[in-house]
Each structure stands twice: as structure tokens, then as C-alpha cells.
Design a protein around this ligand. Structure first.
Ligand SMILES: Cc1ncc(COP(=O)(O)O)c(C=O)c1O
Length: 371
């Protein structure tokens, strides 16, 4: 993996926006402990810089999808609680415990196998029990098996530390609430009266914003809102209470004046007008920008200007309002004056979800925290 630090293309993470968004979701849920989901390279924003910005912005713990992401955070010197949301192979129980990374567990069999790799002489393995209330992904589905697992954990508390229990909603950010209520009902049926650990967390962003009065939200696992995206994408509420976190910027590295009818990029899907100024920027589909972004309007000199011709792997061309100096900032996602492109605008343009765009942004793009 090569990070391109020598080209003027960068993804900025706004510290102020992260701090603001953490406050918004914490207040809405009245949460005392906020996990930020930083899986998949922190939704593409950059695992380490985004985690650092989030911790500086007030989150208490980080949630990753796989152990390797947790280890990368530990290697970066992060000491905050880390929870792996997916199932880790039980053979890695000792590696989890040695690094104080919490494992999500959905069966007694997992605990029994993990026990073979743990010893009372070593650190205890922190356990988060997953309860499947209707997401249909991972977790205990029956009260009896959940109860057996809790009993097992308590009987083996020299190697296991029963720290946490959770469920995950399939839909908590829409006007369609029936299924959400079914899942909540199922949670109560499966867990009410069972011994609860210190961390009990049901809510993701949508539940934290729209259902906080219906369930325990002292602990939440947020992603979407902290990244500055409204969970319902505007269906339940305008997004003006959030601040966009990501700016994706580049600069003109080549500028030319063209004659009428000159073809631009592979396959000449665009022909210039007489006297049209065309600028080239060093970013392309090899960085994760979808090729369908041809025609999308980036921001140059405070105005929207279209990407012309096919995006190439490493470069793309923009129709300029006139001659502009090399080094002029080109904002793909972000704001110049009153003109703004949000991540959601790119997603809309190409017909994908915001996270499909951001998680596709490649490691080659240099990421940094700005004020
Ligand atoms: C188990 C789990 N919890 C929390 C989150 C965060 O969800 P959101 O981004 O909707 O806040 C996710 C994200 O997909 C998840 O898989």
C-alpha cells in the first residue's frame, strides 16, 4: 500500500465537525459511553486519523469489524477500548486478550473453543455477546442458549470478562417503524431478567437519534452521524444539525486552451468548444472515484465545473471557466464559499449509498486531520 504524499490530492477530516457531531449524538441519546464504528478504514475516512479525531472529539471507544483493524489501532498507540463487531476465529482468543480487544460472540461453542487458547495466568478475554433480534446476521437467537452462555462466562471468569452485550437494528432511521419495534420487543423477550454486563448497547446512529427514549442508550455504537451523514438521508430530519466531516481536494496540475472539437480522455466521450480551457487533476478511479462521476460538477474558484471525458485511473479533466493557474484548488467533496458538494451528492449522482463511495476511497489518498 502506497500513500501518495507528493501529489496535491488529500482527504481532510475536520476535527471541529467530528467534535460537533459526537456532541449531537451523545446529547440525543444522553449517552455516557459512545463507541464510534471505525470499521472498513473508518467508513473510508482513514482508520487511524479518524480514530484519533474521534477520540479527541469525545468518543470513548472504537468499534472495528475485524481483529486486524483493532491491532492496527493498538500499533498506532491507541489505548481506548476496542470492540470487534464481527466474529473472530476463536483460535485468536489469546491475541485478542493480549491486546485488550473485545470479541463479539454469538455461540457457546465459540466460548468453549476460545477457552482452549486462554489461561488464567494471562489476560482475560473481554466478551461482547451479540443477540440477534432480527438483523439476521450474527448472535444468540434463543433465550435459553444466551442464558447458558452467560452462565458459562460467569463460571469461567478467570479467563473471560463478561463486559458487554448488544443487538443491532435492521432499520431504525425510517418512518417505517414496525420492524424496529418487533426487534425491540424481541430484545426484551430474550434478555429481560438475565444478568447484564457493564456495557449494554442497542443503538446505532438511527436508533440514537430517533428512538433514544424507547431503550437503554447509556452506551451507543454510532457511525453515520459522527461522519456527518444524516441517518435517514433527510427522510426524518434535515441534516443541518450535523457538520460534514470529509473534504476531498486536489489541485490543477496541468491547464490548456483547446480548439473546437478536440477529444478529451479515453474514447473521446467529450469534445471541446473553441477556446475552452481544460484542467487536469491528479486523482481518478484508481483512487476509488466511480467512473460514473463523468459530468459531476466539482468546485473550482467558487463555482461548479463539470468533469469532462472519462475518468482515467489516476487523472481526470475538468472544464474550467477560463485560464487558471496551476495549483488552483479543486474541491470534489467540500465547500468553497457558498458552493458545496457533500459526500451524499456524489453518491446520488452515481446512484450509490454514501458509504459505498467513501469505503471505496483508496489508501493511496493522503488523509489528514484539519481544524
Ligand atoms: C454492529 C454495528 N453497530 C453499529 C454500527 C454503526 O451504524 P451507523 O453507521 O448506522 O451508526 C454498525 C454499522 O454498520 C454495525 O454494523
Amino acid at each position: 500500500m502506497v500513500v501518495a504524499v507528493t501529489r496535491p490530492t488529500r482527504l481532510n477530516i475536520s476535527q471541529a465537525a467530528v467534535t460537533h457531531n459526537v456532541q449531537q449524538v451523545r446529547e440525543s441519546a444522553q449517552a455516557s459511553f459512545v463507541f464510534l464504528a471505525v470499521k472498513a478504514n473508518a467508513y473510508g475516512f482513514g482508520l487511524v486519523p479518524m480514530s484519533q479525531a474521534a477520540l479527541a472529539g469525545g468518543v470513548d471507544g472504537l468499534a472495528v469489524a475485524v481483529l486486524d483493524e483493532g491491532l492496527a489501532l493498538r500499533q498506532a498507540g491507541i489505548t481506548a477500548p476496542i470492540l470487534v463487531l464481527g466474529i473472530t476465529l476463536p483460535q485468536y482468543a489469546k491475541l485478542l486478550a493480549d491486546n485488550q480487544v473485545m470479541a463479539t460472540v454469538g455461540s457457546l461453542a465459540w466460548l468453549e473453543t476460545a477457552a482452549e487458547y486462554l489461561s488464567p495466568d494471562g489476560p482475560r478475554l473481554q466478551v461482547n455477546l451479540a443477540v440477534d433480534t432480527g438483523m439476521g446476521r450474527i448472535g444468540f437467537r434463543e433465550r435459553a442458549t444466551l442464558e447458558t452462555a452467560i452462565t458459562y462466562l460467569k463460571a469461567h471468569d478467570d479467563i473471560f470478562d463478561y463486559q458487554s452485550i448488544m443487538t443491532h437494528f435492521s432499520e431504525a432511521d425510517s418512518t417505517e417503524e414496525d420492524y424496529f419495534h418487533q426487534q425491540l420487543h424481541c430484545w426484551h423477550e430474550l434478555t429481560d431478567g438475565l444478568p447484564m454486563p457493564p456495557l449494554v448497547h442497542l443503538a446505532n446512529s438511527g436508533a440514537a437519534m430517533y428512538h433514544a427514549d424507547e431503550m437503554p442508550t447509556e452506551v451507543i455504537r454510532a457511525g453515520t452521524v459522527v461522519y456527518g451523514v444524516e441517518p435517514s438521508l433527510g427522510e426524518l430530519r434535515d441534516d443541518d444539525y450535523l457538520e460534514p466531516v470529509m473534504t476531498l481536494e486536489t489541485e490543477l496540475v496541468f491547464v490548456k486552451r483547446c480548439h473546437k472539437g478536440e477529444g478529451v480522455s479515453y474514447g473521446h466521450t467529450y469534445y471541446t468548444e473553441e477556446g475552452e480551457w481544460i484542467g487536469t487533476v491528479p486523482v481518478g478511479y484508481g483512487d476509488g472515484l466511480p467512473r460514473k462521476m463523468q459530468g459531476f460538477e466539482v468546485i473550482v474558484n467558487g463555482e461548479h465545473r463539470p468533469i469532462v471525458g472519462k475518468l482515467a485511473m489516476d487523472q481526470m479533466m475538468i472544464s474550467l471557466p477560463g485560464e487558471l493557474p496551476i495549483g488552483t484548488t479543486v474541491t470534489i467533496i467540500g465547500r468553497q464559499g457558498d458552493v458545496e458538494n457533500r459526500l451524499e451528492d456524489v453518491a446520488d449522482y452515481v446512484g450509490l449509498a454514501p458509504w459505498e463511495i467513501s469505503t471505496g476511497l483508496q489508501e493511496r489518498i493522503y488523509r489528514q486531520i484539519t481544524d
